[in-house]
Design a protein around this ligand. Structure first.
Ligand code: PEP
Ligand code: CO
Length: 454
């Protein structure tokens, strides 16, 4: 990589947006020093293996499923919330493997998704003006001056919670939680009440039968059916935090961000001349950039130039998020721009962030139909343009929240209050997420349509 002029802190010479202002510089320096001395959360082997899998997805031999909370919170680092997230992602990936007949690369939006970009630096309530809440890595959600003050200790708390989360996920997976012989391990309490439960059960039953058939033929268990790979990702927003985790490793060239396998650059920080792009440029990790209505052809060309100079397989994922109404106009020029460079990227659709609405009562929500429509259009547009949609990026939870409207159960605006828990963006609940996976899988023809009850 032509990164001779790059260092983990060379971003400091560039304008850095979305960074908190700390009043106690010494406390910040101490926290960062401690962070830089702690062991990493992931290894370069895992990172390189993910990069290889993303390269396969780029070539059409795998499909990326990336999902999790908009913002993790320190309080939600509980065994039930983590297991529920893992369960829904496992269920969705099973549906996708079955339906699309391709391998699925599983990446959680977790174990580090604690920093959020905000459209305004300040928030006003009842005449008071305080710094905006920027995620649990930075300050606290309550509307008091003390809670909104950026606290350097939260950098350590976020890192520790990330470690606890990833540790639990690794333990579950190593212990056989993801074993395909036992998909019932992933059942969530309310699965049977879902209008789509029968469809899911039929598919799981079919997989179990196929597996037993192959094992009977072979006379032994199929190797690898009880183990899967699971990777982590988060928005690489807080540059001092990310820098503290950026290290060299023995026997490999380059610098790795070892706080996550797959960091991404958000829409608001994707300025090709800005600090975030400068920081990401020097990483050996696979990276993603969110692109959307604000991304010009020139900016995209510049991003490819800076972030993807060598056209390394698996290196760059473009996550587009236009909204159902804008994708048909917005996507083709970006696909054209990439094509003009002759480089390969992995195209992924985030059907969440371009479809956010506010209800009459002031709640942020998203309509299931809009999300599905953007996704359907993304598949079709890529097929028409001669590219391939290689993955999806969702905000979801394994819990029974009421944040997005619609879906098989027809959740209405006035029901959102029942279990609206997100501190930032509305997530698909368990049923809606599974339904979304079934809808994607149907495109692959692998999931039989629901039988009418005769
Ligand atoms: C997000 O992924 O939560 C987010 C803020 O998205 P975007 O950068 O696409 O707006
Ligand atoms: Co979000």
């Amino acid at each position: 990589m032509p990164t001779s002029d790059w260092t983990p802190d060379s971003w400091r010479r560039r304008p850095a947006s979305q960074q908190p202002v700390y009043t106690d510089g010494e406390a910040l320096a101490r926290a960062l020093e401690e962070l830089a001395a702690l062991p990493p959360l992931v290894s370069s082997w895992e990172i390189e293996s993910l990069k290889r899998q993303l390269a396969e997805a780029q070539e059409g031999r795998a499909f990326l499923l990336q999902g999790g909370d908009c913002a993790e919170t320190l309080a939600d680092c509980t065994s039930s919330a983590i297991a529920a997230k893992l369960k829904i992602l496992l269920q969705m990936s099973l549906v996708l493997v079955w339906g699309l007949r391709t391998r699925v690369v599983r990446v959680g939006r977790f174990a580090g998704q604690y920093a959020k970009p905000r459209s305004a630096d300040f928030e006003e309530q009842g005449g008071a003006r305080l710094p905006s809440y920027r995620g649990d890595l930075i300050n606290r959600a309550g509307f008091t001056a003390v809670e909104r003050e950026p606290d350097p200790q939260l950098l350590l708390r976020g890192y520790e919670r990330s470690a606890l989360t990833i540790n639990f996920i690794r333990a579950l997976i190593d212990g056989g939680f993801a074993d395909l012989h036992h998909p019932e391990y992933w059942d969530l309490g309310f699965v049977d009440h879902s209008p789509r439960a029968a469809e899911y059960r039929r598919m799981v039953g079919g997989i179990g039968e196929s597996l037993r058939f192959v094992e009977t033929l072979a006379g032994r268990p199929v190797a690898g059916m009880n183990r899967i790979d699971f990777y982590t990702s988060h928005e690489g927003l807080h540059l001092l935090y990310e820098q503290a985790q950026t290290r060299r490793v023995p026997h490999r060239a380059g610098w790795y961000n070892l706080a996550t396998h797959f960091p991404w650059i958000g829409m608001r920080t994707a300025d090709p001349e800005g600090a975030h792009v400068e920081y990401f440029r020097g990483l050996a990790n696979p990276i993603a950039v969110k692109v959307g209505p604000a991304t010009t052809r020139e900016a995209l060309l510049r991003l490819l130039d800076r972030l993807h100079p060598e056209d390394e397989p698996g290196r760059l994922t473009l996550i587009h998020r236009f909204g159902a109404a804008r994708i048909a106009d917005g996507l083709p020029p970006l696909v054209d721009a990439v094509r003009a460079t002759g480089k390969s990227v992995l195209w992924v659709c985030d059907p969440m962030h371009g479809n956010t609405l506010t209800t009459a009562s002031g709640l942020k929500t998203r309509r299931f139909d809009h999300i599905l429509e953007e996704l359907e259009r993304a598949f079709d547009l890529h097929a028409e343009l001669g590219t391939r949609l290689g993955g999806v990026h969702f905000e979801l939870t394994g819990e029974d929240v009421t944040e997005c409207v619609g879906g098989a159960r027809g959740l209405a605006d006035d029901e959102l209050d029942r279990a609206y828990r997100s501190t930032v963006d509305p997530r698909l609940n368990y049923e809606q997420a599974l339904e979304m996976a079934l809808a994607i899988a149907r495109r692959g023809g692998g999931v039989p349509p629901a039988r009418s009850s005769t």
